[in-house]
Design a protein around this ligand. Sequence first.
Ligand code: ZN
Length: 203
Amino acid sequence: MGKINKEWHLANKMSKKASFEQRVEWHKGHLKNCSCRTDLPPEIEKAIAIEGDNTDYWMLLARVRAREEGDARALDYYARAAALGEGIPSYHFSYAICLWRLCGAGRDPLGAAAALSQLRRAIRCNPHDPDYRLLMGDWFEKTGQGGASLIEYQRALALIETAQLTPHKIRRLSPESLERLRAMTGEKIRDLERDVRGKKDRQ
Ligand SMILES: [Zn+2]
C-alpha cells in the first residue's frame, strides 16, 4: 500500500449519489494523484471492459502496475497505450521512459535501442520540444554514440534559441530557465565536440 495524498482526498470528495461515469472520473483522478490503494477499482475494470481501446485507461493501468509491481509488469500496458495512441507524443514518451529504465539506463543495448526508437516517435509527433531532444542527446551519449548525441544537443540548442525569440510558444519555461537551459546545452555541445574531435584524432 502506497502513501495517501490527504490533500487530494480532501479536495476531491466523491458523493454517495455519484453516477457510474462520475465514479470512473473520480477513480481516474485518484489513480493519477494518490497511491493509497493497490487494487484496480471495479469501476475502472468495468470501464476498460466497455471501452477497451481508450488509451487513458491503459496509461492508468501502466502507471498503477509500475507503481505496485515494477516496470517489467507495466511494460505491456505502456506498449498498448502507445500503440492505441499512435501519434500522441506523451504515450510514446512514457513507453520510452519505461523501456529505458528496464534496460538499466542503456546497459542492455537491445533495450536501449527500443527505448530510443520510442523516443524518436515522440519527437516525430512533437519536433519542437527541446526537452525531448535533450533526453535523446543524453541517451545517445550514455549508449556511447557521441556523434549522434552531439547532433541532438545541437538541435535542442536551436529549438531553445527559437523559443527565446518566440517566448509565447513555450510558456512553461520562463525566460530565465530558457537562458539557463541554453547555457547548459551550449556547454554540453562544447564538451561533446571536444570528445568527438579527440576520438577522430586518435583514430
Ligand atoms: Zn487515495
